[in-house]
Design a protein around this ligand. Structure first.
Ligand code: CTP
Length: 406
């Protein structure tokens, strides 16, 4: 938290969720929960038939709003035009075959259809149906029509269907729906038009065709930083060593590399055209001086490995730094942490060094949490409390934004 400030991606955003009659409606409960957790204001409309699939009581409790079903409710008229104008995004999830057909033909026999036809905001549809229905010619035609009307259709997923069959037709998972709307409608603009480069993970320095020198870096911190930058509107490229992380957003570019030399070359190539560079990778400092073309046999009693230095990417970027470029480095230290971090800041011509101390519990390599201190070229220092890596990443990005705008 920076001054008690935590970033809720959907804070103040208004989401209208339409739920239709489909077994997948049970997933909408989780979707409401996820939207609320991100700070969104959620109103739910059920079709009359959807009431048999999901309880209005559960949905109204979770959304903290009355769930609407009929055009007139408790003798009051639901103003469908105002509901359609209230929302920033209207989601229909799950979208049944029946409601899809009504949308394609402009039928208006329930509140959800009346609101949909009045909606002035973007409408996102998450279809759910059995595979044979999904592949029916009329479904394809209706999907084509609603797409032409300007609605956005999320891909269905493959897997077990309510019929017990396996195939295409499952509703997109709630987490993926949340990611889609966040990515497409709710990225903030603080870093709009800024390009960012983030290195992540370890590098593998080959010794022979099957062995390498590397380290345990998971890449979590680098990927979390890339996500946080992207959520603020930046155009983001991750240059990643071999890791098991996957990017959360489609729009983040990822370039996979293996060695320090490859990472160096990619970063130097991109350097001319980026505004923010964050070197979060645990690049190998040394590599085997000789790489054997064949697998090394264990026929000797002793084996001495000769190592030579890799290129220091952070230093090279610091030397090539242009005005208005903001360069961030990481430091992992076990002793004299502040002194080492400050030296790195100066020696590498960085604007900010993020210090991890190996003495901090639950922080650093492999952990989901991190505790860091931050040092700036202007002498300012900040200590961030132990938190999830994504939260730390959000705070680091917030500090970068403050410095860039200072
Ligand atoms: N780094 C880099 N290229 C390298 C080695 C490190 O870009 N070949 C970057 C890391 O991504 C990190 C920073 O340099 O942002 C700090 O790396 P570290 O290895 O801790 O520092 P060194 O300067 O190599 O010093 P030492 O290992 O002696 O602490």
């Amino acid at each position: 938290m920076i001054g008690g400030f935590f970033v809720y991606m959907l804070k103040g955003k208004k989401i209208l969720l339409g739920i239709t009659a489909s077994i997948a409606a049970y997933k909408s409960i989780l979707l409401v929960r996820l939207l609320m957790k991100q700070g969104a204001e959620v109103k739910v409309i059920l079709t009359p038939a959807a009431k048999d699939f999901v309880s209005p009581v559960v949905l109204s409790t979770l959304s903290k709003n009355e769930v609407l079903v009929d055009l007139s409710h408790n003798n009051a008229w639901n103003n469908h035009v105002m509901l359609g104008r209230w929302a920033d995004v209207m989601l229909i999830a799950p979208l049944s075959c029946n409601t899809l057909a009504k949308m394609a033909n402009g039928l208006c026999d329930n509140l959800l259809m009346a609101v949909y036809l009045s909606a002035t905001c973007p409408v996102v549809l998450a279809p759910a149906m059995d595979e044979d229905m999904w592949h029916h010619s009329s479904t394809k035609k209706n999907l084509q029509l609603v797409k032409e009307y300007g609605n956005i259709i999320l891909d269905v997923e493959n897997g077990e269907l309510a019929s017990g069959l396996f195939g295409e037709g499952r509703m997109a998972e709630p987490e993926n729906i949340l990611l889609f709307i966040t990515e497409n409608f709710f990225r903030s603009g603080e870093l709009k038009n800024k390009k960012a480069l983030v290195t992540a993970g370890s590098t593998y320095e080959p010794l022979d065709p099957v062995r390498f020198v590397g380290n345990h870096s998971s890449g979590k911190m680098g990927f979390a930083l890339a996500e946080a930058l992207y959520e603020k509107g930046a155009d983001v490229t991750i240059v990643s060593g071999p890791v098991h992380q996957t990017k959360k957003y489609d729009g983040i570019r990822i370039i996979h590399v293996s060695t320090a030399e490859e990472m160096y070359r990619v970063c130097m190539n991109l350097h001319g055209d980026v505004d923010i560079e964050i070197m979060a990778a645990a690049v190998a400092d040394y590599k085997p001086a000789n790489v054997s073309a064949e697998k090394i046999k264990k026929d000797k009693k002793d084996f001495t490995l000769s190592l030579e230095k890799t290129k220091d990417i952070l230093t090279a970027l610091g030397q090539a730094k242009k005005q208005n470029q903001f360069l961030v480095g990481f430091a992992l230290e076990t002793n004299n942490e502040r002194e080492h971090a400050k030296n790195k800041l100066a020696n590498k011509n960085a604007d900010m060094i993020v210090l991890n101390s190996l003495r901090d519990e639950n922080a650093g390599f492999g952990f989901d949490t991190n505790k860091v201190s931050v040092f700036f070229a202007d002498g300012e220092e900040k200590e961030l409390k132990l938190a999830g890596k994504k939260e730390i990443a959000e705070q680091i990005v917030q500090l970068i934004i403050q410095k860039i705008n200072a």
